[in-house]
Unconditional design. Sequence first.
Lengths: 242, 433
Amino acid sequence: MSAAAVRIVLLYPSLLGAHGDQGNALVLTRRLQLRGIEAELVRIAPGDPVPTDGSVYLLGGGEDAAQTTAVHELKADGGLFTALDNGAVLFAVCAGYQICGRSFTNGTHDRGVDGLGLLDITTRRGPERAVGESLSHWRMPDGSVSLVTGFENHSGWSELGTDATPLASMEIGWGNGDGQTDGAVQGRVIGIYPHGPILARNPDLADHLLSVALGQHLESIELPDVEALRSRRIDAVRADRS
Amino acid sequence: MSSESRFLRHSRQRSSFRLGTALLAGRTAALASRLTGRGSGASIGGRVTTTLDPKAFAELIASRRIAAVTGTNGKTTTTHLLTAAIRNGLGDDGSQVITNADGANLHHGIVSTLGRSLHAPVAILETDERVVADTVRLGHPEILVLLNFSREQSDHNHEMAFLGRDWRAALAAAGPDGPMVIASSADPLIVWVCQRARAVVWVDTNPRWTADSTLCPNCGGVLIRETARWHCPDCPLSQPEADWWVDGDEAVSRKGDRHRLGLQLPGHFNLTNATCALAAAVEIGISPDAALAGMRTVISPAGRYATATVSGTTVQLLLANNPASWTECLPLAVSDPLVLAIDAAAGDGRDLSWLWDVDFGELTGRTVICSGPRALDLAVRLDYSGIDHVVIEDLAEALDSPLLDGHWDADHPIDVLSSSTPFQQLRQLGGLA
Ligand SMILES: [Zn+2]
């Protein structure tokens, strides 16, 4: 792989990636390759140095104990923070989203654990577990709305501070916990709850991450199965909750 | 007195009047369910019995000798193997061994199985993970086989640690009366559970899938895996030395015995399932030769690996319900084209994100027919791995596809790998259930 290849960096898939979230890295890499852009998927295990020259970094969902370990390892390594200072994009899902915040609670313990401090959110254990298909509305940079379909499975409720902006407004599901919004954006750090993996179901969001990271507009690509799956899941979740 | 006769020793208790009445009502309900075509009736029968006599499970399971088999994957097949081994080893007494061969492995299914043969002295029970602790507490099994412990579905992931603690507590409470445990040394959570067991026979099951055991169940440290063994860097938990393992087609014991398995079942994981069953049979006192002769008669446990004709096409039915079993079963699907059938009903797991944790790379160059109600989820997964596929959601239609013409014969069936719900539909379409 030449030095010019765009690097998609999957962080600690063995710790945070037990819900198919590694699929997000595959989707980003393939969507670049389908456009003829050279791209490379880099998997980083705990203890490996985190490269600082990646374009998009990904964190996925996982267990409580894995969250604490991931925060410890990422802070000790420091490479992710350097990469973000260099202009990289970080996209984090579920447990990965929570650890980007100021603090989060673990399991049945109510004491907050310090997060990475990349998003102005605080996560506490909610009164019920949020499990099921979700649907939200994301306003894209051009002002149009893209529906975001996914499957959420978490017990954390995240409260946004003033530095973070909600990513999407909920139509169906819990999202950040109140059923009003899902996810958060702060600079080039984006987090959201659903798995799916979410970028496989939501190509607009995938291409948004890539175009921010690359600083260029990307032409659309046609994947009929993806469009068919999207409309099927959107119809199903609306029928189920109506 | 030989250990075989010890295992068969009767502890014939008269069932209570209340249990007898409850069982009669349960059997009537089960019969009604079968007659109206709503399934085998095992579960509904057990439910009716339990409603009338809430202590039915405790009473039925306490009054005989039990070998219980559990694990996320392979428990149905291993239960069939162990039952065949014990029946063959007991010769004429083999008919006194009962089992839930239909895979009804929750409380109600077990009540139904045990209630059908009140006086059978030995039961080999496939046991759902959620029933293991009750089985240990109330049934005092002599043998407990713990095959593996991975997540069944993503939406159940958070339950794994809870269930592990539950099993460990039950084994601790059983103390010196606890079972002889036949357990996988390759599975960290099972090894941690077994720290509280009275006695353990370790089998190295050497699985392809290890992604669910990254963290130490004892201290949360990041486990280190090297040369197929694991250990925790932060506490003493490590892979125990195996008493049994698989070498080629042979089960090998630490004492140096080697036994050719010669199964009729495909797959490396069935060699390790059979080695677990062999180790259990030997602990019960069955000779290895007798156990193996019995296990070699097992062909298609509850429809797995069965050959059937669906829509005029000869197919081999394969079942896999989670990323671990898909990873183990994909190498068995060798036909081209092959059919992968997916649903996300209650029995399959409602979240299909695990499809992205399975490496489908070995299908590159072949044609995949994606079928079942959630075929599109699979199609997108294969899209992103560049694997050729078509989508035909209806199962009967998929197996009627002209794509299959000329690509199979009686000896080379089309392989159909399915999640639970499409698998049961295919058994019905093929006249097997
Ligand atoms: Zn440890």
